[in-house]
Ligand binder design. Structure first.
Ligand SMILES: Nc1ncnc2c1ncn2[C@@H]1O[C@H](COP(=O)(O)OP(=O)(O)OP(=O)(O)O)[C@@H](O)[C@H]1O
Length: 686
């Protein structure tokens, strides 16, 4: 600005203009600065967002990796376990030399021993303890029995097949697997929830719904990706013919329970016509599973242990319930499942008083089942009792619970416990026309009002002529409920219908009189209700293998089964330290003493090192081992080793068998009794 020659006024005006301009520029600079700061903030936020996104991506990746690692770990664990099981003949695929048959397995010597131990334990825990009536029925069952029980019409699974290769699949399993994968991959919470709801109803879908869902999700055949057929029903029973004529259809029984129901009349009589009582059956069941998978868990022939406990439907108390009332373990009631909550630890007494379990007898058997599984060696924290949702139960059932055990395949139903009401006996009574009711005598006769029905034979004869006798029989066979209905119809409409074999006839007030009379009655006739615990021992054994299997830390990665002595295939091994004649006599003496004590034992006289021989017995879960060594020859003592702690004590040869017996029967404990009584011996060769 040139100030020379300006008047003071002009100068002031010019200065003001300049000041305004400077102020404007300052505003612009300030605005630019603010914008810059804003930009910096935005840039910082963007960076932060990027960082967060990166973190999120990493977390998602890590989550996916850990899921896969979890799945991989499970598969590695299962592969290791199966290798050890097969190598040690716990099981052998049936007909292996011919390539095997899906869903059929043999128990080898070790597996058969575990099964026989658990069978004996089950027998004493249930059959002896409850004074049950054991029975054994044929597996081949005539059509009429399984028609009456509902199996011919309703023992179905929905099947689909690959349209090209004709490979068969269970429709609900395919849909379930597909949904599980979809849910795992879905990021949108709302969509995920929607899919979870579809999955939760998997058991409910009927043929058409399954077909529609398979189409909706465009599910293809696994491996080939080919189109699938529409779902269609497949009956799981193996059909056969009884006798050479081919006109008598039979089935291999799909459960052992029906044999008990059809013998109810005889069993009740044998039991002095007294209720409650239970009958039990151990036997093979056959189900032609569509696609047996999950190894030993879903097979086509398996052993069931079934109990049918018959009760008065009006009194389902159990006199021994108090003994289990305080036991608390994982229950998964219906409410918790519906609200997607976890299991609750509740005592049976609380579960009963809160109305979660329907009655004492069912609760009693849930408690006894828990004790059985726990004593057999199932980890209580990986066991739960899940109540059936309403839609899972048959319409006649009052309450059902499954004992589920967690293993690498997820939660697996191993025992079903159901209050089946009077359905089975009613169904067989109706079909066989044999009375399958029980009579309960009251302590004192009671006076009650009953409906008395008198056919008016003069009128009946006039109206029904030749049929009169049949009409009279049909009238006299009416139940109390039917009499009440007929009385109401006669009083209301002036006539009622009577169902006869030849058709329906009309009854009028002239042909029959129905009136209420007072009567002294000494008891009541009723169809007993049934509470059924049904065990699949094969599934329990497989879960036990998983819960017992571990790798001992150390360079050699030796595997061990920590079987309880109850389940262990062999209770004790006997080793002479070296393959020398001088050890033979003492070795034989120990072996004989063990046999006399009723203990299964194995003498390992191979020349392998003692460490290798211990490893071999650990691998099949033998809980105790006795070694005969040089000191034995001097002072007649042997070493006794416990499998899991690997601790050893020195013990007189003459005492050792009795000590092992007491340990196996759990009368004494290794830590508290054996280790404190006998001198410890340092383990040298492990
Ligand atoms: N195919 C099978 N292989 C091995 N065990 C089985 C099989 N089917 C049933 N079981 C056993 O028999 C028990 C009682 O049979 P139940 O009819 O209640 O089973 P389920 O409900 O049909 O079993 P799932 O739903 O797993 O097929 C089951 O708890 C299970 O331990």
């Amino acid at each position: 600005m040139a100030a020379e020659g300006m008047t003071p006024e002009e100068l002031e005006a010019a200065l003001q203009a300049k000041a305004q301009e400077t102020e404007k520029q300052a505003d612009t600079v300030r605005a630019m600065k603010a914008k810059k700061e804003e930009k910096a903030v935005v840039a910082a936020a963007v960076d932060k967002l990027k960082e967060l996104k990166k973190e999120l991506a990493e977390l998602t990746k890590a989550q996916a990796a850990s899921d896969t690692a979890g799945a991989d770990n499970k598969q590695v664990f299962r592969a290791n376990l199966n290798k050890v099981l097969e190598q040690n003949l716990f099981f052998i695929p049936s007909f292996k030399i011919y390539g095997g048959v899906g869903g059929l397995y043999d128990y080898g010597p070790t597996g058969a021993a575990v099964k026989s131990n658990l069978t004996e334990f089950w027998r004493s825990h249930f059959v002896l303890e409850e004074n049950m009536l054991p029975i054994e029925c044929p597996a081949v069952t005539p059509h009429c029995v399984l028609k009456a029980s509902g199996h011919v019409d309703r023992f179905l699974d929905m099947m689909v097949h690959d349209m090209e290769t004709k490979a068969f699949f269970r429709a609900d399993h395919l849909l379930g697997d597909f949904l599980e994968k979809l849910i795992a991959a879905e990021k949108d919470a709302a969509k995920k929830h929607e899919l979870e709801l579809v999955l939760a109803r998997l058991d409910e879908y009927k043929q058409e719904e399954l077909g529609a869902l398979i189409k909706q999700f465009d599910i293809k055949a696994p491996e080939t990706g080919n189109a699938l057929s529409e779902p269609y029903p497949f009956n799981l029973m193996f059909q056969t013919q009884i006798g050479p004529a081919g006109n008598s259809i039979g089935f291999m029984r799909p459960e052992t329970a029906q044999g008990i129901f059809v013998n109810f009349k005889e069993l009740l009589y044998y039991n002095g016509n007294k209720l409650p009582f239970a009958a039990a059956q151990i036997g093979q069941s056959y189900r032609n599973e569509i696609a047996p998978r999950a190894g030993l868990l879903r097979v086509r022939e398996f052993t069931q242990f079934e109990i049918e406990h018959f009760v008065d439907p009006e009194d389902k108390s159990h006199k021994k319930f108090k003994r289990v009332a305080d036991i608390a373990f994982n229950l998964y009631p219906r409410e918790e499942q519906l609200q997607a909550k976890g299991t609750v630890k509740l005592s049976l007494g609380d579960a009963l008083s809160k109305g979660i379990i329907a009655n004492e007898t069912l609760a009693y058997f849930i408690g006894r089942t828990y004790l059985f599984l726990e004593k057999a060696g199932i980890d209580p924290e990986r066991m739960r009792f899940r109540q059936h949702l309403q839609h899972e139960m048959a319409h006649y059932a009052c309450d059902c619970w499954d004992a589920e055990i967690e293993c690498s395949y997820g939660w697996v139903e191993c025992v079903g416990l159901a209050d089946r009401s009077a359905f089975d006996l009613d169904a067989h009574s109706k079909a066989s026309k044999v009375d399958l009711t029980a009579f309960k005598k009251f302590d004192k006769p009671i006076e009650t009002e009953v409906l008395q029905l008198d056919p008016q034979m003069k009128e009946v004869g006039k109206v029904f002529k030749k049929e009169a006798g049949l009409v009279k029989d049909a009238l006299l066979a009416l139940s109390d409920e039917q009499k009440t209905t007929m009385q109401a119809q006669l009083e209301g409409a002036g006539e009622a219908e009577l169902a006869m074999e030849s058709g329906t006839v009309k009854i009028t007030p002239d042909t029959v009189k129905i009136k209420t009379v007072k009567k002294k009655i000494s008891g009541k006739t009723f169809t007993p209700g049934v509470i059924e615990p049904s065990f699949g021992i094969g599934r329990i054994i497989y879960c036990l293998y998983e819960h017992s299997f571990y790798t001992r830390p150390g360079s050699e990665q030796r595997t061990v089964f920590r079987f309880s002595p109850v389940a262990a295939p062999i209770k004790c091994t006997v080793f002479p330290l070296l393959q020398q004649q001088k050890f033979e006599e003492s070795t034989a003496q120990v072996a004989e003493a063990l046999t006399r004590a009723g203990l299964s034992r194995k003498v390992d006289e191979t020349g392998a090192s003692i460490g290798k021989r211990y490893a071999r017995t650990d691998e099949i879960g033998v809980p105790f081992a006795i070694t005969v060594d040089h000191t034995t020859l001097e002072d007649n003592t042997v070493t006794l080793r416990e499998r899991d702690s690997m601790e050893q004590v020195r013990i007189p040869l003459l005492e050792v068998a009795e000590v092992v017996r007491c340990l196996c029967e759990q009368h004494i404990s290794w830590k508290d009794d054996v280790m404190s009584k006998y001198p410890r011996q340092e383990a040298k060769e492990e």
